[in-house]
Design a protein around this ligand. Structure first.
Ligand SMILES: Cc1ncc(COP(=O)(O)O)c(C=O)c1O
Length: 458
C-alpha cells in the first residue's frame, strides 16, 4: 500500500480545528505554553466538528431501537444512518456488516469469539496486543517480524502453504504500525491469504485516522478501528466486513437487542431466536453518541479531502524525520527501513537518555505530550531495541551510559489537527535536550518519571 502523496503542494490543507488547541499548561521552569498534543496514536483530540455535531444532537438524544417517541425514532434513524456513513467511509461491499463495538480491542475480541472452532489464525509477532492476544481459543501461529514488506508477504505465504488446507484460516494484520508508523502491504497480504483459502482482518486502528481505507479495494474480509483515535472520543469502535462467520456464531453478548424472540419452553427452559444482522452482536443499549461521533468524524475527514490531509501529514512526517536525523544521538525505530511509506507515528530512542526521562522533560519543560514505553507492542519494541525482554526499564537511574541500549522508547504521533508549530517546537526541544540537557531534576513517582519539585533547577 502506498501513501497518497501530495500531487501538488496547493492540494495541501491547513489543520482541522480540534478541541484543546488553545489549552495552556504550566512549565516546570515557569510560565505557560499551549499544549502540544503529540500522542495521537494513543488518542487523538476530538475534531471541533465532531463536538459540534454531538452538541447539536444532544438535546434530541433518546433511546435507540425500542422507543415509540419522536426522539427515540430520531435517535434510531441517526444510529442506523451512522452505520451507512461508516460503511461508505470504509468502502464496504453490499453484503458487509458494520457492527458497533467499544474499540478496536473489542472488535478484534468479537471476531476472535466468532471464528469457527477449528480456525487457524496467523498473526505477526509485531502486532499491537489487541491483535496479538485475542485468539486464545484458536490455533495460533505467530509469524516472525519481517524486515521488508516483501518479506512479510513471503513469511505469510510460507506459513499458509504449510497449513491444513481444509480448515478455515484467518490472518490478522495491522495497516499501520502503532510503533513505527510504517504501512504494511495489506493488499498483497490479502491476496496471499485468499490464494491459500484464508481470510484476513485488518487492524486499522492506526491506519483509518491517517489514510483512506477501502475494504473492497484492499480486498480484506474485516476492518476494525476505534473512534477515539479517529477524532471521536466517545467510547465506540467498529468491526466491519463479511457477515457469514458473524451470523453463524453465538452472540458476543447475550441480551436485549441481540434477540428477536424469546419464549419459555414447556420444559422450563428458554428458547431464543437471535438476530442475524449486526444487532446479533450489539446486545444492550447502544452508545448512540459514540456511534454518531464516529459517523461525524468520517464525514469531516471525507469532506475536508482525506487525500489533502494525508499530503499535509506527510509534510509533517518529513519535517520530524529530517529534524531527528540532524541529532546523531537519536535513533528512529524502523522495521522496513527509511524509504518505507509511513503515517504520523514515529518512535525513537536517544543515546544517553532513559526514554521516560526524555518524555517527562518534553512535557515539563516544553508542554509537549508524547508517550514513552513499549506501546502495547512489547515483542515488536523489544525486537527493535534489541533489549532484554524481561527488563521493564526504570526512570530512577535516568541517564543511560552512551551507547547503552534503552529499555523503552519515545513515540511522537500527530495527525489532522496538528499545527506546524507543535512539530517545530518538538524538533527544537529534542535538539535542546540532547545538546544542553534537561533544565530540571526528575525522579520516579508511582512508576512515572516526574519533575522533582523539591529540587533546585539544574
Ligand atoms: C495498531 C493498534 N491496534 C489496536 C489498538 C487498540 O485500540 P483500542 O485501545 O482503541 O482498543 C491500538 C491502540 O493503540 C493500536 O495502535
Amino acid at each position: 500500500m502506498s501513501v497518497v502523496t501530495a500531487a501538488a503542494d496547493q492540494s495541501v490543507c491547513t489543520p482541522l480545528p480540534v478541541l484543546g488547541k488553545d489549552v495552556t499548561v504550566p512549565l516546570v521552569t515557569g510560565g505557560e505554553v499551549t499544549y502540544a498534543a503529540l500522542d495521537y496514536a494513543a488518542s487523538a483530540p476530538a475534531l471541533q466538528r465532531v463536538w459540534d455535531d454531538v452538541a447539536a444532537y444532544a438535546p434530541y438524544y433518546g433511546s435507540v431501537h425500542r422507543g415509540a417517541g419522536y426522539l427515540s425514532q430520531l435517535s434510531t434513524d441517526l444510529f442506523e444512518s451512522s452505520r451507512k456513513t461508516v460503511a461508505e467511509f470504509l468502502g464496504c461491499r453490499a453484503d458487509d456488516q458494520v457492527i458497533f463495538t467499544r474499540s478496536t480491542t473489542d472488535s478484534l475480541n468479537l471476531l476472535a469469539a466468532v471464528v469457527p472452532a477449528d480456525c487457524q489464525v496467523f498473526v505477526y509477532e509485531t502486532e499491537h496486543h489487541a491483535s496479538l492476544l485475542p485468539w486464545r481459543d484458536a490455533r495460533v501461529t505467530y509469524l516472525n517480524a519481517p524486515r521488508t514488506p516483501a518479506q512479510a508477504v513471503e513469511t505469510l505465504e510460507r506459513a499458509l502453504a504449510d497449513r491444513d488446507p481444509y480448515g478455515p484460516a484467518l490472518v490478522c494484520v495491522t495497516g499501520a504500525s502503532n510503533v513505527t508508523g510504517e504501512l504494511w502491504p495489506v493488499k498483497e497480504l490479502a491476496a496471499a491469504a485468499h490464494a491459500h483459502g484464508a481470510r484476513i482482518v485488518l487492524d486499522a486502528a492506526q491506519l483509518a485516522p491517517h489514510h483512506p481505507v477501502d475494504i473492497d479495494d484492499l480486498d480484506v474480509d474485516w476492518v476494525a478501528f476505534s473512534g477515539h483515535k479517529l477524532y471521536a472520543p466517545f467510547g465506540s469502535g467498529v468491526l466491519a466486513g463479511r457477515a457469514d462467520w458473524l451470523q453463524d456464531a453465538e452472540p458476543y453478548l447475550a441480551g436485549g437487542g441481540a434477540s428477536r424472540k424469546v419464549a419459555r419452553r414447556t420444559d422450563g427452559g428458554v428458547d431464543v431466536e437471535w438476530h442475524s444482522t449486526a444487532a446479533r452482536h450489539e446486545a444492550g443499549s447502544p452508545n448512540v453518541i459514540g456511534v454518531y461521533s464516529i459517523a461525524s468524524a468520517c464525514k469531516a475527514l471525507t469532506e475536508a479531502g482525506f487525500d489533502r490531509l494525508v499530503a499535509r501529514e506527510q509534510q509533517l512526517v518529513t519535517r520530524v524525520r529530517a529534524g531527528l536525523a540532524e541529532v546523531p544521538e537519536v535513533k528512529v525505530l524502523s522495521l522496513f527501513g527509511d524509504d518505507a511509506p509511513r503515517v504520523g507515528v514515529i518512535s525513537f530512542v536517544v543515546e544517553g537518555w532513559n526514554s521516560s526521562h526524555f518524555a517527562a522533560a518534553l512535557s515539563a519543560e516544553y508542554g509537549i505530550g508524547v508517550r514513552d514505553g513499549l506501546f502495547c507492542a512489547h515483542p515488536l519494541v523489544r525486537t527493535l531495541l534489541g533489549s532484554d525482554p524481561q527488563d521493564p526499564g526504570e526512570c530512577g537511574a535516568p541517564e543511560a551510559e552512551p551507547g547503552e541500549r534503552s529499555l523503552n522508547a519515545i513515540r511522537v504521533s500527530f495527525g489532522a489537527g496538528t499545527p506546524d508549530e507543535h512539530i517545530e517546537r518538538f524538533v527544537r526541544a529534542v535538539k535542546e535536550l540532547v545538546n544542553k540537557g534537561a533544565q530540571w531534576k526528575y525522579r520516579t513517582e508511582d512508576g512515572r518519571c516526574v519533575p522533582d519539585r523539591g529540587a533546585a533547577q539544574v
